[in-house]
Design a protein around this ligand. Sequence first.
Ligand SMILES: [Zn+2]
Length: 438
Amino acid sequence: MVRREQDSACGSEGQSEYVGRFRTGRLAGNRPEALDTWRVTTATLDVATGVASLLGGEPAEWETTAEDSLEVLTDYDMVRIIVEGPSAIRARMLLFGYQGKVLHDCDGTRLLAPEANAGKPCGCPETFEERKLAAKSGRGPAPSICINFKLADEPALGRFRFVSSSWELAKTVADLQRALTEADGPTTCDLALELVELTTASGVAVCYRKPVVRVLDDPALPAPYPAVRRPSRMLPPSHASSDVPARSSKSPVLPGRQPAAPHRSLNSVVSGLASVSGTERTSGPDAPEAVAQPRTAAGVLFFDEADRVLLVKPTYKPGWEIPGGYLHPGETPSDGAAREVKEELGITPPVGRLLVADWAPHPTEGDKLLFVFDGGILPAEERAQINLDGVEIGEYAFHTADQIDMLLIPRLARRVQAALDARSRAATSYLEHGTARL
Ligand SMILES: [Zn+2]
């Protein structure tokens, strides 16, 4: 996983308590999905019902290891909020390294951490475009913006939080903080998911939503949703007591993690495989026998909305491939896959669960162990961000499943077909030579 939860943007002092989070996406199965309307997660049933009665939607449970186990998918792409002042918005630029370690923490020009170096020039490029390129190539930090606010129509619900890595929002933060400073007190704003429609340089039409905070000159303007409240949709008491964990009602502070990727189960599969090949061969009574040292590689399948598979075309050899490559020493397969995706495509979408592990010795290159992960549907916003390295990869395109056998070499085609099959069954398959071994 390259993309990390960026709560560290919010700091620990002052506005650290909140009752729920506004989110722009969710996991559908294991696939990240961008939403057209705000989604709110919370640990507290009262907050969930309050949000639902104001903004529509129904409180529901969702699968998470975090405490904010209730979600409301609202009907609105814009909500009216009260921001207490400039300190309620924190923006920083973060670069994460191995295992989520923060390597660079700055405001774009000066370091914010570690404390000993705070205030020193950080060396980031001057313009947002240059910074974005540096971030895409993995050299520079990316935005992490934290906004704390209350709902203008129901401030008593408590403070909510929105954390974003949007470059477009980052560009507006300075202006926003200036406006909040001038306002000198709680300020009414609209928090919107604004529709962006554009055509890329290669002629592809894309649309996506970007988060926007708009300071309202006239707070008396009508709210974007009906002034008349809908009837409150309180859940019947029986539901509240049986389905919602007791901790929900008395735990206003959320750990605020993103939907957890299935990292744990994935690692156990990987280490399980490793220990099988390791112990069986070395446990004999005599001197240890030679141990297999397969070359290990990992790739990712990404899809478009029509379920076509993203393939990349290397510049240095004919044919197509899937994004991925050999692991570096010390890398897990999922980390290696994420790194290769970033290097080849310039994007850092989450890498989902394992689809296949394939033990596929190569006739001339020896033992190989290959992992294919599910990258899910690549949202239009992410597709628009693809920036081919131009050195190893010259082209990418989405292809249907029945084109795969023509475009890929047979051993890879078998593996990808098996991965598609595993994905359709929401399963993970163990393969030998690209064929499922039951
Ligand atoms: Zn910097």
